[in-house]
Design a binder for this molecule. Structure first.
Ligand SMILES: Nc1ncnc2c1ncn2[C@@H]1O[C@H](COP(=O)(O)OP(=O)(O)O)[C@@H](O)[C@H]1O
Ligand SMILES: [Mg+2]
Length: 252
């Protein structure tokens, strides 16, 4: 009997546990990510998102459970973490064997920065630096791309452009993606599936069945956004009602 290799998920996590002191941050967590699938992971601050990402990236160990991930995986963090003493192209190719400048330049072209290949990191804007970090991740052709709030430090307009760029690059290169974010709209815009991490496990894990490009004005988008906010423990804002003015207000 043969196994269809495409049916083997890129990521398979079962019964994952990670505790700090006597607090289990991840507790019996289960997650599968198919090859080429884009999963967004939402969770409140401190819910364990980075802890999970670090375990999947082998930067940290687990206290129990099973974690299967591909060998070829890379992480992009909230801050670009470029080496200031290396020029942009050298940053992109740092983890590659020698003589791979052409691959580095191609990756820079994909993020629109080929003209900056000889620039120093200190001369880049925040968005440009983060695009270099993305090029450095993609040039290694990862089967799993781990993104830890990669847009959180960017201004609103740059963030939207970066979201589009990441969506486009992931559709082209088809790595499995785990995007950690606390931005519900970002998750619904980009992901094939969204999950919510709460109390150590995924309380929601839902396929996003909304056609792309996704419009936040679409009722299906708004409904999913509302549901996810509720799962995160945030009530959707009530309609604005002016508070009644006491009759004696203004009378001194
Ligand atoms: N190395 C560590 N030692 C002790 N506590 C930690 C460590 N790393 C994370 N934590 C704690 O685990 C919880 C989850 O952290 P984290 O995964 O960074 O959350 P998130 O990324 O969702 O904001 C937090 O309460 C944090 O303080
Ligand atoms: Mg975090």
């Amino acid at each position: 009997m043969t196994t269809d290799p495409t049916s083997v998920p890129a990521v398979r996590v079962r019964g994952l546990r990670r505790a700090f002191g006597d607090r289990a941050v991840l507790d019996d967590l289960r997650l599968d990510i198919a090859r080429g699938e884009f999963v967004a992971l939402l969770g409140a601050s401190g819910s364990g998102k980075t802890t999970l990402l670090r375990i999947l990236g082998a930067l940290d160990g687990a206290d129990g459970g099973e974690v299967l991930v591909p060998e070829a995986r890379t992480i992009v963090f909230q801050e670009p973490r470029l080496v200031p003493s290396k020029r942009v192209l050298a940053n992109v190719t740092a983890a590659l064997p020698r003589n791979r400048s052409a691959d580095g330049l191609r990756a820079l072209a994909e993020v629109g920065l080929e003209r900056h290949s000889e620039a120093w990191p200190a001369t880049l804007s925040g968005g440009e630096a983060q695009r270099v970090a993305l090029a450095r991740a993609l040039v290694r052709e990862p089967e799993l791309l781990l993104l830890d709030e990669p847009f959180a430090a960017l201004d609103a307009l740059t963030r939207l452009k970066m979201q589009d760029l990441v969506g486009e690059l992931c559709r082209r290169h088809r790595p499995a993606v785990l995007l950690v974010t606390h931005d519900v709209e970002e998750a619904v815009r980009l992901a094939d599936r969204v999950a919510v991490l709460r109390d150590g496990r995924l309380v929601t894990d839902e396929t996003v069945g909304i056609a792309r490009p996704r419009d936040p004005g679409d009722p299906a988008f708004a409904a999913l956004r509302r549901r996810l906010l509720a799962d995160l423990g945030v009530d959707a804002p009530a309609p604005f009602l002016p508070s009644p003015v006491p009759a004696e207000a203004g009378v001194i």
